[in-house]
Design a protein around this ligand. Structure first.
Ligand SMILES: [Fe+2]
Length: 311
């Protein structure tokens, strides 16, 4: 934490210190890195201390994409970025900060806020701005200049295991993105092995556990609300493609897959998701073992040594 002023008006930076911020009921991985990777940490936020030790107002900041605004031309124009990042994304962040200032949600990480505000589908007013702020940052980091092609390594193996082939995955992802009615998103996500996600109803059955899944979501919804680990997303709101592709959403989806996806970012997110899940499983196992040991101790009858009158 960096304190910039000792006066009654203090600006500080909350560093991204590691935490156990995991997606059981609050979602621990987030997109802070320049390579589109997750950091298991609190969102970096600027906070302003006003006239007293207890009045702290945390502000989310608009992070720029990890490349220049013209770096994806001609596939995604600078004009699109000027509107999409400069106006739409900025508005989500600004409006969120206004909405949560002074409320119980002020001070939560963005992922915590999203899950709380999702509220089992009966969204609180701040949900849309919070989720859209997260989704857009994740989207920018899902792309890179000279992207596309085919993934490799464990990511490719899992894609082939869970979809049959990379080409079948591409078909499924394109179909999800093209058929999302109205505004929304399509996602590749890693689904953990649990159905109880606390603040939402898990839409996929348990036979999809520990698999890669493709899902589409309306408006601002993202897979964090179901406890999934997002790996890749495409924004299919019209503002994402209209300036460059008019109403030809399928063309935008194709060129996104062929020339923009950063498979390095997706691979990195997958590795981190698997690491989180593995650590949680180890923790669950430790907890189970402890419970069993306590239960064994409680159930073991104490030996009784009656007094022997003959002594
Ligand atoms: Fe967008």
């Amino acid at each position: 934490m960096k304190l910039l002023s000792p006066s009654t008006s203090t600006t500080c930076y909350l560093s991204s210190s590691p935490s156990a911020f995991l997606p059981r009921h609050s979602h621990g991985f987030q997109n802070l890195g320049s390579a589109g990777t997750f950091k298991f940490s609190k969102k970096q936020r600027r906070c302003v201390r006003k006239a007293g030790p207890t009045e702290i107002s945390a502000k989310f900041e608009l992070k720029p994409p990890p490349y220049p605004m013209n770096a994806l031309e001609p596939i995604m124009s600078q004009e699109t970025f000027n509107y999409h990042w400069g106006k739409h994304h900025r508005a989500y962040v600004d409006n969120l900060n206004k909405q949560i200032e002074g409320t119980d949600l002020d001070g939560k990480s963005l992922e915590e806020l999203i899950v709380i505000a999702y509220n089992k589908g009966d969204m609180l007013p701040s949900f849309n701005n919070a989720a859209q702020a997260w989704n857009h940052e994740f989207f920018w980091d899902s792309m890179k200049p000279g992207g596309g092609g085919k993934p490799s390594g464990d990511l490719l193996k899992l894609i082939e295991r869970d979809f049959g082939s990379f080409e079948k995955f591409v078909d499924e992802f394109k179909t999800a993105a093209a058929t999302q009615f109205g505004s929304g998103w399509a996602w590749l996500a890693y689904k953990e092995n649990r159905l109880d996600v606390g603040n939402a109803i898990n839409p996929l059955a348990s036979d999809e556990d520990k698999k890669l899944v493709v899902v589409k979501t309306p408006n601002a919804v993202n897979p964090l609300v179901w406890g999934y680990y997002p790996l890749l997303t495409i924004d299919v709101w019209e503002h994402a493609y209209y300036l460059d592709y008019q109403n030809r959403r399928p063309d935008f989806i194709s060129v996104f897959i062929d020339k923009l996806v950063s498979w390095e970012a997706v691979s990195s997110r997958l590795e981190q998701a698997k690491a989180i899940v593995a650590e949680k499983e180890r923790e669950d196992e430790r907890r189970r073992t402890e419970e069993e040991e306590k239960s064994t101790i409680r159930e073991t009858p104490h030996e009784i040594f009656p007094d022997n009158d003959s002594d």
